[in-house]
Design a protein. Structure first.
Length: 404
């Protein structure tokens, strides 16, 4: 008997998100979240497909306790980790460097390599590693697969991936553009081709992943040729709390003239910049409400956000030469009609236009929002990183005979 279920784990520093997916029919028997791990007021939320959602409050001191609490809840629904239905556990790992271009079955050597990448992903890889190690201890016999946020971008040519800094220095410190949100860009570019009724190999897409973190990518025939995040997720678009692109000299200036330390500037640019730094809010709903009420700071923040987005759309149009579709995804991209409208306003000369009526309609699935006769399709494509991780994980364990 072979299992068809995949448990997807996304382990952050103080949270674990989990989804159990059944690859037979794409259903989700259970989803949940453990938050505030190692802090006061830890909380577990668990939602089985058949049954009431449950919430537990109480101490969850570490990831081991978090995964055991998750396992106990799954057990109560008859979906426990020892179920023969479970084929593998798929882990989101943020940084795979240049070494991991594909999803990879975890062994000791893979764990060591993910650990070696901690200097380029100090915030994410340690938590991802802890999640994998803990899950492995709970089910040592089950294949554990690492799916990397950077993998989809490893097809970028050197011209896009290299910074124009001294080559020896860059290489010594593994400094280059890696890109992130790769599972989302992979999923959304493929789903966009499907929406157009064409093969991914035949379609060029600009994917705009606009969530609290935000990134754009240029995808030619299913392969990423450029993306806006770089060595870290700080580069590129204006985000909820990150600045995106700045002159690197801003950092020296803040050190020399502002008297700030590297850590303080790191916090400033990652946590106190972007929309929240510009207007005090990082939720696009609230920003739009303020703009509509005549708030000038919110209006300026919105304009800066849109200006940057437009620059990337133009840049990736030029990188691709021919664009078949622009796809909006993630929290802002899927839900904010004003952002989609403003980002493409005035780009009719490039064949880009949004139909006001279609753009205003809310919907759950992938849909076109461009006029019927538009040269370039504009789409809203809900992202599904868990499904992508589960699909990649299942394909790997099935093909490699790793299935239990
Ligand atoms: P994500 O990181 O993909 O979960 O996106 C989170 C962000 O999406 C939030 O910070 C909001 O700015 C934005 N968002 C969520 N729902 C809406 C909505 N209905 N309208 C506009 N923005 C939204």
């Amino acid at each position: 008997m072979t299992g068809t279920r995949v448990l997807v784990l996304n382990s952050g520093s103080s949270s674990v998100k989990y989804q159990l997916l059944d690859m037979r029919d794409g259903s989700r028997p259970a989803v949940g979240l453990v938050e505030r791990i190692g802090e006061s007021g830890s909380r577990l939320q668990h939602s089985p497909a058949h049954g009431e959602s449950r919430e537990r409050n109480g101490s969850v001191p570490d990831h081991d306790a978090a995964l055991k609490a998750m396992a106990a809840e799954l057990d109560r629904d008859g979906l426990g980790l020892d179920s023969p239905e479970l084929a593998a556990i798929g882990h989101r790992v943020v940084h795979g460097g240049l070494r991991f271009t594909e999803p990879t079955v975890v062994d000791d050597a893979v764990l060591a390599e993910i650990e070696r990448l901690i200097p380029v992903a100090p915030l994410h890889n340690p938590a991802n590693l802890t999640g994998i190690r803990t899950a492995r201890a709970l089910r040592p016999d089950l294949p554990q697969v690492a799916v990397f946020d950077t993998a989809f971008h490893t097809t970028m040519p050197e011209s896009a991936a290299r910074y124009a800094i001294d080559v020896e220095t860059a290489d010594a410190h593994r400094i280059r553009r890696y890109g992130f949100h790769g599972t989302s860009h992979a999923y959304v570019s493929r789903e966009t081709a499907r929406l157009l009724g064409r093969a991914p190999e035949d379609v060029n897409v600009i994917v705009l992943h606009l969530g609290n973190g935000a990134s754009a990518s240029a995808v030619r025939g299913g392969r990423c040729v450029d993306t806006s995040m770089g060595l870290t997720p700080l580069e590129g678009l204006v985000m909820g709390t990150r600045s995106g692109d700045t002159d690197p000299a801003v950092i020296f200036h803040l050190m020399r003239v502002g008297g700030m330390s590297a850590d303080e500037i790191d916090t400033l640019l990652n946590k106190r910049s972007g929309l929240i730094g510009l207007c005090g809010d990082n939720d696009m709903r609230e920003i739009r409400r303020r703009v509509d009420a005549g708030d000038e700071r919110a209006a300026l923040a919105f304009d800066i956000y849109i200006h940057r987005l437009k620059k990337y759309i133009g840049a990736y149009y030029a990188v691709l030469g021919r664009v078949d579709a622009v796809a909006f995804t993630a929290g802002v991209g899927e839900n904010s009609a004003p952002v989609r409208e403003a980002a493409l306003a005035g780009l009719e000369g490039l064949g880009l236009a949004v139909d006001g009526g279609l753009n205003a309609v809310r919907g759950d699935g992938a849909r076109l929002i461009s006029p019927a006769d538009a040269r370039v399709a504009v789409a809203v494509v809900p992202t599904d990183e868990e499904m992508e991780i589960a699909t990649q994980t299942y394909a790997l364990v099935k093909d490699s005979g790793n299935l239990t």
